[in-house]
Ligand binder design. Structure first.
Ligand SMILES: NC(=O)c1ccc[n+]([C@@H]2O[C@H](COP(=O)([O-])OP(=O)(O)OC[C@H]3O[C@@H](n4cnc5c(N)ncnc54)[C@H](O)[C@@H]3O)[C@@H](O)[C@H]2O)c1
Length: 440
């Protein structure tokens, strides 16, 4: 760990490539510290919205919503969003890559990383820093990004600086975690590591750990995510065991976690989002190359992928009418609680499987902006004529315990059911209100 040297933010002209869940709050974090920041994205619609101060993100900088931060930083001129990378490259010396590697059915799409690296290469100057913050297949900064940047004739570590720093934020806590999460850094050489550390220290007040090689940081990031996947797979198995034994898994976890060296995560409707479900797929290509089978990790992934089917069977078993005649009101479709992100959300799998089994679905989630045929705009619409309420994510603004409304609007065919995958309800309270209660 290097000591923190004082830096002068106004000397940093920063271009952030990718203005998604990571890039936008990161760009604003630099602008808030007094840096001149240009945010670059290939999505012109997103750029137009951001320049009008519009974002669906739910981040807060202390108590200030990201929408207000965005408006202030646009007004101050410290932040602007553009699809014109050339302009950003000529104005800035610090380039941060935050574009992703989508994985579809186990296949990687490296095109975003490649096009971003090529875009930066087109305007790369001597003395610039390129800092990759995307989650990568370990080895990619050196083996994939560097060769593209060096097609310019400039050499990493000699003519320009090249570093990698894994991104560890959780959506919803981005501003706080950019500042307070201990962060890993490495450079292609020592000077690159130091240059990256200087840029990082503008925003990050927590410890900055400089690793001996970029691959160490790349691998640590992927393994951090996989460790959560495996932990969740384990508690999903514990949940089935506790169900069989007739005890409450959430109470078991609470009790077990009083042990100072035990940290069980919680079961739920599956594991969603961009990071954890993709993590194994980021390790696997390199592991295949190295002949490492990853037996436990692959099994854990399969266990988590099977949870949505288990949730659907739980719902179907407890419906008061046959599946083909049933309607289920899904509350919360985000990939995790209090998020607007529905990428790789287990709720999507649960809904798809319910629809395949003939169940009609109405889903309500006021935080998620995406439109789907099954999505409705109010709790009333969701529960109208439903036989079951299925909670898949917690969100502000959903009346999860509006039992009176449920009774008024839900189907009168049999006892209405509440299926809780988020440990949101108190069993006896739900049963006292006349519902069948089912918990994951
Ligand atoms: N979302 C998280 O909580 C989180 C946390 C830690 C790490 N990460 C990692 O950070 C990276 C970004 O994740 P995200 O959630 O912000 O993704 P995102 O999809 O929200 O944002 C990526 C953005 O990059 C843009 N983009 C694609 N190609 C581009 C190019 N060539 N030039 C400029 N912009 C381009 C896209 O239009 C999109 O707006 C990923 O590698 C992810 O694994 C994400």
């Amino acid at each position: 760990m290097l000591s923190t040297k004082q830096v002068n933010p106004s000397e940093f002209k920063v271009a952030i490539f990718g203005l998604g869940f990571v890039g936008l709050p990161l760009a604003l974090s630099y602008a808030l510290r007094g840096c001149d920041v240009v945010g670059v994205d290939v999505d012109q619609n997103l750029i137009d919205q951001l320049n009008q101060g519009i974002t669906h993100h739910l981040e807060k900088y202390h108590d200030t919503p990201i929408q207000e931060v965005l408006a202030e930083q646009l007004k101050s001129g410290r932040f602007k969003a553009t699809s014109n990378a050339r302009e950003a490259l000529s104005q800035c010396n610090y380039f941060v890559m935050t574009v992703g590697i989508p994985v579809v059915n186990g296949s990687h799409d490296f095109s975003h990383i490649e096009s971003c690296a090529r875009t930066i290469a087109a305007g790369l100057k001597k003395g610039d820093l390129v800092l990759v913050r995307s989650t990568l297949v370990p080895g990619m900064t050196r083996g994939f990004v560097k060769p593209i940047l060096e097609e310019t004739g400039l050499v990493a570590g000699e003519h320009f600086y090249l570093g990698y720093s894994s991104e560890r934020i959780a959506e919803g806590k981005a501003f706080d975690e950019f500042e307070n999460m201990p962060t890993l850094i490495s450079g292609i050489n020592e000077a690159s590591g130091e240059k990256a550390r200087q840029l990082m220290s503008v925003v990050t007040k927590a410890d900055l750990h400089v690793a001996s090689a970029i691959e160490v940081v790349e691998a640590a990031k992927v393994m951090e995510n996989i460790s959560r996947d495996v932990n969740i797979a384990m508690v999903n198995e514990f949940a089935r065991f506790c169900e069989g034994l007739g005890i409450d898994i959430f109470e078991v976890i609470k009790m077990a976690n009083t042990h100072k060296r035990v940290k069980l995560l919680t079961p739920g409707p599956g594991v969603g989002g961009y990071c954890i479900p993709n993590a194994l797929h980021y390790l696997a290509p390199k592991a295949d190359e190295l002949g490492v089978p990853l037996r436990l990790l692959r099994t854990a992934r399969r266990i988590n992928e099977d949870v949505p089917a288990f949730v659907v069977s739980l719902v179907a078993r407890n419906l008061p009418v046959p599946a083909k005649d049933a309607k289920v009101a899904v509350l919360g479709i985000a990939m995790k609680d209090y998020s607007s992100d529905d990428r790789l959300s287990p709720a999507m799998d649960v809904i798809k499987l319910m629809e395949m089994s003939g169940i009609r679905v109405s889903a309500f989630d006021p935080a998620v902006p995406s439109n789907y045929a099954f999505k409705v705009d109010s709790l009333d619409e969701a529960v109208q004529d439903a036989h079951a309420v299925l909670v898949l994510a917690k969100q502000n603004g959903i009346g999860y315990t509006n039992y009176k409304l449920f009774h008024n609007l839900m189907s009168k065919a049999g006892t209405p059911v509440i299926v809780d995958t988020k440990n949101l309800y108190n069993r006896s309270e739900v049963e006292e209100h006349g519902f069948t209660f089912v918990s994951i």
